[in-house]
Design a protein around this ligand. Structure first.
Ligand SMILES: C[C@@H](C(=O)O)C(=O)SCCNC(=O)CCNC(=O)[C@H](O)C(C)(C)COP(=O)(O)OP(=O)(O)OC[C@H]1O[C@@H](n2cnc3c(N)ncnc32)[C@H](O)[C@@H]1OP(=O)(O)O
Ligand SMILES: [Co+2]
Length: 134
C-alpha cells in the first residue's frame, strides 16, 4: 500500500459562505474554487494549504451524507483523504486486508479525482477517503 500524502481534510459545514469568513477572511487561506458533486450531494469549496487542502462541504440535499453527519455530530471534520497512486489497487489491497469498504469501485470526486471511502468501523472511527488524481 502506498500513500503519497494527505490529499485533503473534509470539513462538514452548514453554510460555505459563512464558514469562509473564518478560513478566508481570518485565516487568510485562498478559495481556489467550488464545485457541486451531485453524486455526493455536496457543494465543495477548496482551500489549498501547502501540498494539501481544506475541503469545506455543504450539503445540497437533506438526505445527503453531510446533512446526516451534521444532524448527528454537528459541524466539524468529517473525513481525511489520502492520495494514492492507483485507487483500484488500493481498494483491492484493503479489501484483502479485511477493511470494510463503503465503495468497492472508485467514484467521481471533486476536481475529477477517483475516490473511494473506507468505513469508519474499520479505521478506528475516522472516515477515510482514498483519492487518485491525474
Ligand atoms: C466531494 C468528495 C471528494 O473529496 O471529492 C467528498 O469528499 S464527498 C464527502 C461526503 N460523502 C461521504 O462521506 C460518502 C461516504 N460516507 C458514507 O457513506 C456515510 O456517511 C457513512 C460513513 C457510511 C455513515 O453513514 P450513516 O450516517 O448513514 O451511518 P451512521 O450514522 O449509522 O454511521 C455508522 C457509524 O459510523 C459513524 N460515522 C458516521 N459518519 C462518520 C464520520 N464521518 N466519521 C467517523 N465516524 C462516522 C457513526 O457514528 C456510526 O458509528 P456508531 O454506530 O458507533 O454510532
Ligand atoms: Co473528500
Amino acid at each position: 500500500m502506498k500513500v503519497l500524502k494527505v490529499d485533503h481534510i473534509g470539513v462538514a459545514v452548514k453554510n460555505l459562505d459563512e464558514t469562509l469568513k473564518f478560513y478566508q477572511d481570518i485565516l487568510g487561506l485562498e478559495l481556489q474554487g467550488t464545485e457541486v458533486v451531485e453524486e455526493q450531494k455536496v457543494k465543495v469549496a477548496f482551500l489549498p494549504v501547502g501540498d494539501t487542502e481544506v475541503e469545506l462541504l455543504e450539503s445540497t440535499d437533506p438526505d445527503g451524507p453531510i446533512a446526516k453527519f451534521i444532524e448527528k455530530k454537528g459541524e466539524g471534520i468529517q473525513h481525511i483523504a489520502f492520495r494514492v497512486p492507483n485507487i483500484e489497487e488500493a481498494i483491492q489491497e484493503l479489501k484483502e486486508k479485511g477493511v470494510r469498504m463503503i465503495d468497492e469501485k472508485p467514484r467521481y470526486g471533486a476536481g475529477g479525482a477517483k475516490i473511494a471511502f473506507c468505513h469508519p468501523k474499520s479505521t478506528n472511527g475516522v472516515l477515510v477517503e482514498l483519492s487518485e488524481r491525474e
